[in-house]
Every structure is written in C-alpha cells, then in structure tokens.
Design a protein around this ligand. Structure first.
Ligand code: NAX
Length: 336
C-alpha cells in the first residue's frame, strides 16, 4: 500500500456523529482498504477537548491506514489540502428559535466554511453536509465558495434512503441487499418523499411484491401512504423517543456510505443524495434537492427519465416548496 494519503476534514468532530464516524474512516470503511487517510478535525473552542480526546483514542486504535490526526478550531488549517470535507457540526435549534434565526446561525457556519474550502482545499475536493438544515446549509456553502464547482457540495439523505430500504425489507421479509431503486426526493425533513414506485425486490416490482404481501393493491397503497412514508420521514423523532437520543451510528454509517459511493461509484444501483439541481424533474435550478442518484466515482448524477405519477409529483412539489422557502429566507438575510 503505497498510495498517498487522502486528507479528510471532519467538522463537529467532538460531537456524537463525529465520534461514530472517525473510527470507521480510520478503519478504511469509507475510502477502502488501500487508501491511507490523514484526518483534520475542526471544532469550535468548546468542542476542542472532546475532539482531542477522540484523537487520542484514534492513536490507541493503531489503525494501519491512519497517517495522522490534527485537531484545530481554524478552518484555514482544517481544510488545507482536504479532498473530502464532511460538514457535520451545525447549530441546533435552541428554545424559542425561529426558523430564520436557525438559518442565519447556520449561514454563519456554512458560509465561512464554504469560503475556506474554496481557498484551502485540494483541487479535487468534495463536501458532504450532514449538519441540519442539511440541504440549505449545502446550498449556502456552495454559494460561498470560489473556484470549486457547486456540484461538489452535496447533502446527506442516505440515512433517509437506508431507513426506507430497511422498512421495505422488513415488511417484505427480504434482505436490504435484495432491494434496489428506492428514492428519497426533496428535503431532509418531514416533507421528504420516500418513493418505492421504481423499486425492485429480488428483481420484482416492489409495488407488486407489496400487493402480494397485503392481498390487494389498495391496501398496499394505504400502507405506503399511511405508514411507510410518515414512518421514514419521522424516523429521527421515533429514534429520539425510543433511544432517548438522536440517531448517531446510523447517521455515521449513512455518511460513510454517501462518501464511499460518491468516490468509489455505485455501479448500476441507485442511492439517494441531495445534489445541486439542474432543473431535473422540474426542481428549480440551484436548489440542493434529494434525488435518486448514481455515481461513476466522479460525483453523483441524477437518475433521469423516471415517470412520476400525480401522487409523486404532489409530494415532490411540497418538499421543493419548503426548500424554495428556505432558500428565499437565506436570500432575504443577504447570505447568498
Ligand atoms: P452534536 O451536538 O453531538 O455534535 C455537533 C458538534 O459540532 C459539537 O461538538 C459542536 O461543538 C460542533 N460544532 C458546532 N459548530 C461548529 C462549527 N462552526 N465548526 C465545527 N464544529 C462545530 O450533534 P450530532 O448528533 O453529532 O449531530 C450533528 C448534526 O447532524 C446535527 O446538525 C444534526 O441535526 C445532524 N443530523 C443530520 C442527519 C442527516 O441525515 N442529514 C441525521 C443525523 C443528525 O440528526
């Protein structure tokens, strides 16, 4: 293994998802068993000790692929030479905080980070935004950078995708690997549209498999609208209710898979990611919207040419309306 190390920058490295991510990156789960990694951990001053503690534990893991860990609160240092930026740290919604306050607080994080990526990162940099509101934070970062194509900024909807695959697999008594063609459309929020209309299960149309499972198409359709869609879209709240804490390991797993598939390719299979729209499916250009995507190893591309029926169109339009309102609010703040 003589490959040059790839620099991965993780923001929010002292937080919960950061802690779950670091050890899997160091173990080679993201960039593969032949790619050495150099980690740069960015935190705010209050989070530095936690990130430094994680760095000590990384050393104690003696990971063969790990070529160094640097902890800093300076974005210029953190993004220097970075090829993969994982933007996890964000400002959570505090008590009494309006949506516009939340967007403004996060613009104050993702604007400067986007700018720092433009100034300091490697020419091949790609960035995934995990911190919420993820789609609009990615839009802000992409709009604030110079010299890096906006398409290199994506946002994580892989967790929603995996949740949808998990629900479908459970009801059909299939393995998640038997399922392809699931899609998450729209925003990483309760308005998202988890879609199985194009999905297959062991090569059989998922709609047909659901009809066989529930006995008739109308019951299957009711299950999709009344149980599947709301359960996937609100799974984060369900996890908090049951676990007493937000999704951490599943979110980290999704972020690992998002980057892995982006840089190593999906083959013919689909996944979902929020990417900059070029007007696909009528989504306004420039919004960072979740679509079904494939990657050839050089970035995610929207799977085009799918037929969306009236139900799917209505749900997509509702989520796009929310994304448009978030973008307009950010514009009003003068951030982009
Ligand atoms: P934590 O609060 O545990 O960690 C966040 C960390 O970010 C903290 O250590 C904090 O000090 C740091 N931070 C804050 N501002 C920063 C800045 N400007 N630069 C660098 N670091 C900064 O949250 P955690 O559970 O790790 O969640 C992180 C984010 O992921 C949240 O915004 C959360 O809402 C979001 N999620 C997104 C998901 C998705 O699918 N897109 C799913 C999981 C998660 O809810």
């Amino acid at each position: 293994m003589n490959a040059a190390p790839v620099t991965v920058t993780l923001t929010g490295a002292g937080g919960q998802i950061g802690y779950a991510l670091l050890f899997r990156i160091a173990a080679g789960d993201m960039l593969g068993p032949d790619t050495p990694v150099r980690l740069r951990l960015l935190e705010i001053p209050q989070g530095l000790r936690a990130a430094e503690g994680a760095a000590l534990e990384l050393q104690d893991g003696a990971f063969a692929l790990l070529r160094g860990v640097e902890v800093t609160d300076d974005p210029a240092v953190a993004f220097d030479g970075c090829s993969i930026a994982m933007l996890v740290g964000a400002r959570p919604r505090g008590p009494g905080m309006e949506r516009s306050d939340l967007l403004a607080a996060n613009a104050g994080i993702f604007g400067p980070q986007g700018a720092a990526i433009g100034e300091h990162a490697a020419a091949d940099v790609r960035a995934v935004v995990v911190g919420n509101p993820a789609n609009t934070n990615a839009l802000i970062a992409a709009a604030s950078t110079r010299g890096v194509p906006a398409e290199r900024f994506t946002a994580l909807t892989r967790l929603d995708h995996n949740r949808a695959v998990g629900q479908l697999a459970a009801v059909l008594d299939a393995g998640p690997g038997d399922i392809d063609g699931v899609a998450i459309w729209g925003n990483h929020s309760a308005t998202q549209f988890p879609d199985v209309d194009h999905a297959t299960v062991r090569g059989m149309a998922a709609r047909d498999a659901l009809t066989a499972r529930f006995g008739d198409a109308a019951t299957a359709a009711r299950w999709l609208d009344d149980e599947f869609v709301p359960r996937v879209a609100r799974r984060g709240a369900e996890i908090i209710e049951v676990r007493g804490s937000s999704s951490v390991a599943s979110a980290a797993n999704a972020a690992i898979e998002h980057v892995r598939d982006d840089v190593r390719g999906t083959g013919e299979r689909w996944t979902s990611a929020a990417v900059v729209s070029h007007g696909e499916y009528g989504v306004p250009e420039g919004l960072v919207c979740s679509f079904p995507v494939r990657s050839d190893g050089w970035g995610y591309r929207v799977v085009e040419g799918l037929e969306l029926d009236a139900r799917a169109r209505t749900r997509l339009e509702a989520s796009v309306a929310e994304l448009t309102a978030e973008r307009d609010a950010v514009r009003e703040l003068g951030v982009i």
